[in-house]
Design a protein around this ligand. Structure first.
Ligand SMILES: *[C@@H]1O[C@H](CO)[C@@H](O)[C@H](O)[C@H]1NC(C)=O
Ligand SMILES: *[C@@H]1O[C@H](CO)[C@@H](O)[C@H](O)[C@H]1NC(C)=O
Length: 270
Protein backbone atom coordinates (compact mmCIF):
# COMPACT_ATOMS: atom_id res chain seq x y z
CA UNK A 1 0.00 0.00 0.00
CA UNK A 2 2.80 2.38 0.84
CA UNK A 3 4.47 1.58 -2.43
CA UNK A 4 1.22 2.49 -4.16
CA UNK A 5 0.96 5.72 -2.22
CA UNK A 6 4.47 6.58 -3.28
CA UNK A 7 3.54 5.91 -6.88
CA UNK A 8 0.61 8.29 -6.67
CA UNK A 9 2.58 11.01 -5.06
CA UNK A 10 5.90 10.75 -6.80
CA UNK A 11 7.91 12.56 -5.66
CA UNK A 12 6.51 11.39 -2.33
CA UNK A 13 5.51 14.18 -0.01
CA UNK A 14 3.85 12.26 2.77
CA UNK A 15 5.02 13.46 6.12
CA UNK A 16 3.45 10.59 8.00
CA UNK A 17 1.54 7.75 6.51
CA UNK A 18 -1.27 6.75 8.82
CA UNK A 19 -1.65 3.68 6.68
CA UNK A 20 1.53 2.03 7.85
CA UNK A 21 0.04 1.80 11.33
CA UNK A 22 -2.51 -0.69 10.06
CA UNK A 23 -1.96 -4.40 9.82
CA UNK A 24 -1.14 -5.07 6.21
CA UNK A 25 -4.03 -7.39 5.53
CA UNK A 26 -6.59 -4.92 6.84
CA UNK A 27 -5.01 -2.15 4.81
CA UNK A 28 -5.19 -4.20 1.63
CA UNK A 29 -8.77 -5.24 2.18
CA UNK A 30 -9.77 -1.63 2.78
CA UNK A 31 -8.03 -0.64 -0.39
CA UNK A 32 -9.55 -3.51 -2.36
CA UNK A 33 -13.08 -2.72 -1.25
CA UNK A 34 -13.02 0.96 -1.96
CA UNK A 35 -10.68 1.51 -4.78
CA UNK A 36 -13.31 1.47 -7.51
CA UNK A 37 -16.02 3.40 -5.72
CA UNK A 38 -13.57 6.08 -4.94
CA UNK A 39 -15.56 9.24 -4.36
CA UNK A 40 -17.86 8.73 -1.41
CA UNK A 41 -16.18 10.38 1.52
CA UNK A 42 -14.93 13.89 1.19
CA UNK A 43 -12.36 15.91 3.04
CA UNK A 44 -13.54 19.25 4.34
CA UNK A 45 -11.74 22.41 3.34
CA UNK A 46 -10.95 24.26 6.55
CA UNK A 47 -8.58 27.08 5.69
CA UNK A 48 -5.93 28.66 3.57
CA UNK A 49 -2.85 29.49 5.63
CA UNK A 50 -1.08 32.37 3.90
CA UNK A 51 2.20 33.99 4.91
CA UNK A 52 1.77 37.30 6.74
CA UNK A 53 -1.97 36.78 7.13
CA UNK A 54 -3.87 36.31 10.37
CA UNK A 55 -3.76 32.82 11.90
CA UNK A 56 -6.24 30.47 10.26
CA UNK A 57 -8.59 29.00 12.88
CA UNK A 58 -11.17 26.20 12.62
CA UNK A 59 -12.98 23.52 14.52
CA UNK A 60 -11.79 19.98 13.89
CA UNK A 61 -13.50 16.65 14.35
CA UNK A 62 -11.26 15.69 17.29
CA UNK A 63 -9.77 18.99 18.39
CA UNK A 64 -12.23 21.82 18.85
CA UNK A 65 -9.61 24.54 18.61
CA UNK A 66 -7.05 24.64 15.84
CA UNK A 67 -4.83 27.33 14.50
CA UNK A 68 -2.32 27.49 11.71
CA UNK A 69 0.27 30.08 10.76
CA UNK A 70 2.47 29.84 7.71
CA UNK A 71 5.91 31.41 7.53
CA UNK A 72 8.22 31.45 4.57
CA UNK A 73 11.73 30.12 5.05
CA UNK A 74 14.59 31.58 3.03
CA UNK A 75 16.66 29.38 0.74
CA UNK A 76 20.35 28.76 1.34
CA UNK A 77 22.37 31.93 1.01
CA UNK A 78 24.07 32.66 -2.28
CA UNK A 79 22.50 31.25 -5.41
CA UNK A 80 18.82 31.90 -5.84
CA UNK A 81 18.68 30.68 -9.39
CA UNK A 82 17.73 27.10 -8.50
CA UNK A 83 14.41 25.96 -7.08
CA UNK A 84 16.16 25.03 -3.81
CA UNK A 85 17.36 28.62 -3.57
CA UNK A 86 13.77 29.83 -3.39
CA UNK A 87 13.35 28.50 0.13
CA UNK A 88 10.19 26.93 1.46
CA UNK A 89 7.73 27.35 4.29
CA UNK A 90 6.79 26.03 7.68
CA UNK A 91 3.18 25.58 8.71
CA UNK A 92 2.81 25.78 12.49
CA UNK A 93 -0.36 24.23 13.84
CA UNK A 94 -1.82 24.29 17.33
CA UNK A 95 -4.39 21.69 18.31
CA UNK A 96 -6.36 22.04 21.57
CA UNK A 97 -9.53 20.89 23.34
CA UNK A 98 -9.66 17.23 22.33
CA UNK A 99 -13.10 15.61 22.38
CA UNK A 100 -11.67 12.31 23.67
CA UNK A 101 -8.39 10.63 24.53
CA UNK A 102 -8.39 8.40 21.53
CA UNK A 103 -9.47 10.63 18.69
CA UNK A 104 -7.28 12.09 15.98
CA UNK A 105 -7.54 14.64 13.20
CA UNK A 106 -5.96 13.94 9.87
CA UNK A 107 -5.16 16.77 7.52
CA UNK A 108 -4.23 17.08 3.89
CA UNK A 109 -2.09 20.08 2.99
CA UNK A 110 -2.11 21.02 -0.65
CA UNK A 111 -0.73 23.49 -3.15
CA UNK A 112 -1.14 23.03 -6.88
CA UNK A 113 2.31 21.46 -6.83
CA UNK A 114 2.15 19.02 -3.95
CA UNK A 115 -0.03 17.19 -1.52
CA UNK A 116 1.07 16.05 1.92
CA UNK A 117 -0.61 14.93 5.07
CA UNK A 118 -0.18 14.57 8.77
CA UNK A 119 -2.34 13.45 11.65
CA UNK A 120 -2.55 14.67 15.21
CA UNK A 121 -3.57 12.78 18.32
CA UNK A 122 -2.27 15.19 20.95
CA UNK A 123 -3.17 18.74 21.90
CA UNK A 124 0.13 20.29 21.04
CA UNK A 125 2.08 22.40 18.59
CA UNK A 126 2.90 20.68 15.34
CA UNK A 127 4.81 21.69 12.27
CA UNK A 128 4.47 20.74 8.65
CA UNK A 129 7.47 21.69 6.60
CA UNK A 130 7.82 22.43 2.91
CA UNK A 131 11.59 22.23 2.54
CA UNK A 132 11.79 23.84 -0.85
CA UNK A 133 9.32 25.06 -3.43
CA UNK A 134 8.95 22.98 -6.52
CA UNK A 135 9.43 26.13 -8.59
CA UNK A 136 8.84 29.89 -8.40
CA UNK A 137 5.21 29.36 -9.46
CA UNK A 138 4.46 27.42 -6.31
CA UNK A 139 5.97 30.11 -4.11
CA UNK A 140 3.95 32.78 -5.95
CA UNK A 141 0.79 30.75 -5.53
CA UNK A 142 1.35 30.28 -1.81
CA UNK A 143 2.26 33.94 -1.26
CA UNK A 144 -0.99 34.91 -2.95
CA UNK A 145 -3.39 32.24 -1.67
CA UNK A 146 -1.64 30.19 0.98
CA UNK A 147 -1.48 26.47 1.59
CA UNK A 148 -4.92 24.82 1.47
CA UNK A 149 -5.77 22.76 4.54
CA UNK A 150 -8.34 19.95 4.32
CA UNK A 151 -9.67 17.96 7.27
CA UNK A 152 -10.52 14.32 6.74
CA UNK A 153 -13.84 12.98 8.07
CA UNK A 154 -13.71 11.88 11.68
CA UNK A 155 -12.91 8.39 12.86
CA UNK A 156 -10.03 6.16 11.92
CA UNK A 157 -11.89 4.27 9.25
CA UNK A 158 -13.52 7.31 7.73
CA UNK A 159 -10.17 8.98 7.60
CA UNK A 160 -8.53 6.13 5.80
CA UNK A 161 -11.34 5.63 3.33
CA UNK A 162 -11.38 9.32 2.64
CA UNK A 163 -7.67 9.41 1.94
CA UNK A 164 -8.12 6.59 -0.52
CA UNK A 165 -10.78 8.73 -2.20
CA UNK A 166 -8.62 11.76 -2.56
CA UNK A 167 -5.28 10.27 -3.55
CA UNK A 168 -6.40 8.93 -6.94
CA UNK A 169 -7.35 12.48 -7.94
CA UNK A 170 -3.65 13.33 -7.97
CA UNK A 171 -2.51 10.34 -9.93
CA UNK A 172 -1.16 11.20 -13.37
CA UNK A 173 -2.80 8.21 -15.02
CA UNK A 174 -6.02 7.45 -16.83
CA UNK A 175 -7.26 6.15 -13.50
CA UNK A 176 -6.54 9.56 -11.93
CA UNK A 177 -8.34 11.26 -14.80
CA UNK A 178 -11.38 9.05 -14.34
CA UNK A 179 -11.32 9.75 -10.60
CA UNK A 180 -11.40 13.50 -11.28
CA UNK A 181 -14.25 13.22 -13.78
CA UNK A 182 -16.22 10.97 -11.41
CA UNK A 183 -15.63 13.39 -8.55
CA UNK A 184 -16.87 16.40 -10.55
CA UNK A 185 -19.89 14.50 -11.85
CA UNK A 186 -20.89 13.05 -8.53
CA UNK A 187 -20.21 15.93 -6.19
CA UNK A 188 -20.70 18.96 -8.40
CA UNK A 189 -23.25 17.74 -10.90
CA UNK A 190 -20.90 18.38 -13.80
CA UNK A 191 -21.50 16.53 -17.03
CA UNK A 192 -19.00 15.70 -19.73
CA UNK A 193 -19.61 15.05 -23.40
CA UNK A 194 -16.82 13.55 -25.39
CA UNK A 195 -16.04 15.59 -28.50
CA UNK A 196 -16.31 13.91 -31.83
CA UNK A 197 -13.04 13.59 -33.72
CA UNK A 198 -10.92 15.49 -34.58
CA UNK A 199 -10.08 16.41 -31.00
CA UNK A 200 -7.89 19.35 -31.96
CA UNK A 201 -9.86 22.40 -33.07
CA UNK A 202 -8.61 25.19 -35.28
CA UNK A 203 -10.12 28.52 -34.34
CA UNK A 204 -9.88 31.28 -36.90
CA UNK A 205 -8.79 34.68 -35.67
CA UNK A 206 -11.76 36.30 -37.45
CA UNK A 207 -14.16 34.21 -35.37
CA UNK A 208 -12.72 35.47 -32.10
CA UNK A 209 -14.06 38.72 -30.65
CA UNK A 210 -13.05 40.98 -27.81
CA UNK A 211 -14.63 39.63 -24.66
CA UNK A 212 -14.66 35.98 -25.74
CA UNK A 213 -14.04 33.96 -22.64
CA UNK A 214 -11.92 30.83 -22.40
CA UNK A 215 -12.32 28.48 -19.46
CA UNK A 216 -9.84 25.68 -18.95
CA UNK A 217 -9.93 22.81 -16.57
CA UNK A 218 -7.27 20.30 -15.66
CA UNK A 219 -8.43 16.84 -14.82
CA UNK A 220 -5.22 14.91 -14.50
CA UNK A 221 -1.99 14.94 -12.49
CA UNK A 222 -1.18 16.97 -9.41
CA UNK A 223 -2.57 20.18 -10.89
CA UNK A 224 -5.69 18.34 -11.95
CA UNK A 225 -6.30 16.88 -8.50
CA UNK A 226 -5.69 20.22 -6.87
CA UNK A 227 -8.04 22.00 -9.26
CA UNK A 228 -10.72 19.42 -8.55
CA UNK A 229 -10.52 20.07 -4.82
CA UNK A 230 -10.36 23.81 -5.51
CA UNK A 231 -13.49 23.62 -7.68
CA UNK A 232 -15.30 21.69 -5.06
CA UNK A 233 -14.29 24.18 -2.35
CA UNK A 234 -15.17 27.30 -4.35
CA UNK A 235 -18.03 26.00 -6.48
CA UNK A 236 -16.27 27.15 -9.64
CA UNK A 237 -16.05 24.86 -12.64
CA UNK A 238 -13.09 26.46 -14.35
CA UNK A 239 -9.58 25.96 -13.11
CA UNK A 240 -8.14 28.72 -15.23
CA UNK A 241 -9.69 31.51 -17.26
CA UNK A 242 -8.61 33.83 -20.06
CA UNK A 243 -10.27 36.54 -22.07
CA UNK A 244 -9.69 37.52 -25.71
CA UNK A 245 -9.07 41.14 -26.60
CA UNK A 246 -8.48 42.79 -29.97
CA UNK A 247 -6.64 46.07 -30.11
CA UNK A 248 -7.32 48.88 -32.52
CA UNK A 249 -5.23 47.17 -35.21
CA UNK A 250 -7.15 43.93 -34.94
CA UNK A 251 -4.29 42.13 -33.20
CA UNK A 252 -5.63 39.39 -30.98
CA UNK A 253 -4.43 39.16 -27.38
CA UNK A 254 -5.27 36.65 -24.72
CA UNK A 255 -5.22 38.00 -21.16
CA UNK A 256 -4.78 35.25 -18.64
CA UNK A 257 -5.39 35.01 -14.96
CA UNK A 258 -3.31 32.70 -12.96
CA UNK A 259 -0.04 31.56 -11.70
CA UNK A 260 1.03 28.71 -13.84
CA UNK A 261 3.40 30.58 -16.10
CA UNK A 262 6.76 30.85 -14.46
CA UNK A 263 7.08 34.45 -15.43
CA UNK A 264 3.47 35.30 -14.68
CA UNK A 265 2.91 36.44 -18.23
CA UNK A 266 -0.33 38.34 -18.26
CA UNK A 267 -0.78 38.75 -21.95
CA UNK A 268 0.24 36.61 -24.80
CA UNK A 269 0.06 37.41 -28.43
CA UNK A 270 -1.72 34.94 -30.68
C1 LIG B 1 17.68 36.56 -7.20
O1 LIG B 1 18.61 37.49 -6.73
C2 LIG B 1 18.65 38.70 -7.49
C3 LIG B 1 19.78 39.56 -6.95
O2 LIG B 1 19.91 39.48 -5.54
C4 LIG B 1 17.29 39.40 -7.42
O3 LIG B 1 17.30 40.58 -8.18
C5 LIG B 1 16.22 38.45 -7.94
O4 LIG B 1 14.94 39.03 -7.81
C6 LIG B 1 16.26 37.12 -7.19
N1 LIG B 1 15.33 36.19 -7.81
C7 LIG B 1 14.39 35.53 -7.13
C8 LIG B 1 13.53 34.63 -7.93
O5 LIG B 1 14.22 35.67 -5.93
C1 LIG C 1 -1.47 50.04 -34.39
O1 LIG C 1 -0.72 50.29 -35.55
C2 LIG C 1 -0.13 51.59 -35.60
C3 LIG C 1 0.53 51.76 -36.96
O2 LIG C 1 1.35 50.66 -37.28
C4 LIG C 1 0.85 51.75 -34.46
O3 LIG C 1 1.42 53.02 -34.44
C5 LIG C 1 0.12 51.51 -33.12
O4 LIG C 1 1.04 51.55 -32.05
C6 LIG C 1 -0.59 50.16 -33.15
N1 LIG C 1 -1.38 50.00 -31.95
C7 LIG C 1 -1.17 49.03 -31.06
C8 LIG C 1 -2.06 49.01 -29.87
O5 LIG C 1 -0.29 48.20 -31.21
Amino acid sequence: LLALLHLFLAPPRCQAAAMDLLPRRLAWSLMGDTVHSAVDLLPTFVAFAAPGGPAAAWRGACFAENEAVLSLTPGPRGSNSTAAGLGGAVLRLKTASAQSWTCMDLYVFATPYRIGWDYYTRAHQHTFEIKSWEEAGEMEYVKLHGVAIFLMPSGMLGTLLSLIDVIPLFSNTIWGQDANLAFLQKHMGASFNKRSQPWAANIRKEDVHSGDFLALSKIRGRWGGFQTLEKWVTGAFAGHTAVCLKDENGTLWVAESGYENKKRVKKSLL
